[in-house]
Write a new protein. Structure first.
Length: 136
């Protein structure tokens, strides 16, 4: 399989696709003439590159048609919906999510930036014209 204009190498793509199909590390390592630990490292690098590419696309989408709100460390999780709603009101945009829905999204997408209910790393919120939000 030829990889053209991709962040993934041919080997990374092959390993990643085979793992998605449920193949075991041992099988792939045997077929490619390498070790299980090498296959595991290749898969890990591929996943990281895919995650970075996904985040880059989301960031570009956010910047194209969104207003950005930065939530600094120290803010309580339950204060964030109010911050988002106020920014939406300033922009004349109705946010499509209820407070509990926003809390759920924040925990799901930015849980790694929270400790208990406190923001530990800046959260970036993009508010789009249609009321959708993006979280980084």
């Amino acid at each position: 399989m030829k990889v053209v204009d991709s962040l993934l190498t041919e080997r990374q793509l092959e390993v990643y696709l085979r793992r998605l199909r449920g193949e075991k590390l041992e099988e792939i390592a045997r077929d490619l003439g390498t070790t299980k630990s090498n296959i595991s490292a290749i898969e890990k690098k591929a996943k990281r590159k895919i995650e970075l590419a996904y985040n880059t696309v989301r960031l570009v989408e956010q910047l194209v048609d969104a207003q950005i709100v930065s939530i600094p460390p120290g803010i309580d999780l339950y204060e964030i919906p109010g911050i988002i709603y106020r920014k939406g009101d300033e922009m004349g945009i109705k946010i499509r999510y209820s407070g509990p829905e926003l809390i759920k999204l924040l925990v799901e997408r930015c849980g790694h930036k929270l400790r208990n209910r406190e923001v530990t790393r800046q959260i970036t919120v993009g508010i789009k014209e249609n009321g959708e939000i993006s979280l980084f």
